[in-house]
Design a protein around this ligand. Sequence first.
Ligand code: DGP
Length: 113
Amino acid sequence: MTQTIFSKIIAKEVPAEIIYEDDFCLAFNDVNPQAPMHFLIIPKKPIEKISEAQPEDQALLGHLLLKAGEIAADQGYADNFRLVVNNGEGAGQTVFHLHIHVLSGRPLNWPPG
Ligand code: DGP
């Protein structure tokens, strides 16, 4: 996988508003927030996109989901948030390092568009 801006954020070569970090993942506020709460949670392992994840990534993917919920709760949105994963250019993915968007703080319409 080629280096992305997110690899540089993990390496602390590029600054970000980091709100959570452990051995497996990093969460930071989106630079272009689409809601009052909008952070990204990413694996430190460089997986390009969800469709590239492998069976051995099962625990890591579960970890990201659990932490997304915990961090949303820490930010005051325990029971009201949306997770979004754009997979591939056609779905709006622009950074090719797997990331989960976590959004809340305003009404979230459906379908998302
Ligand atoms: P996606 O379209 O799903 O690939 O979303 C990529 C998101 O990443 C987009 O909402 C903007 C955010 N983003 C891109 N570059 C940076 C950056 O350098 N810092 C931060 N904090 N967010 C970034």
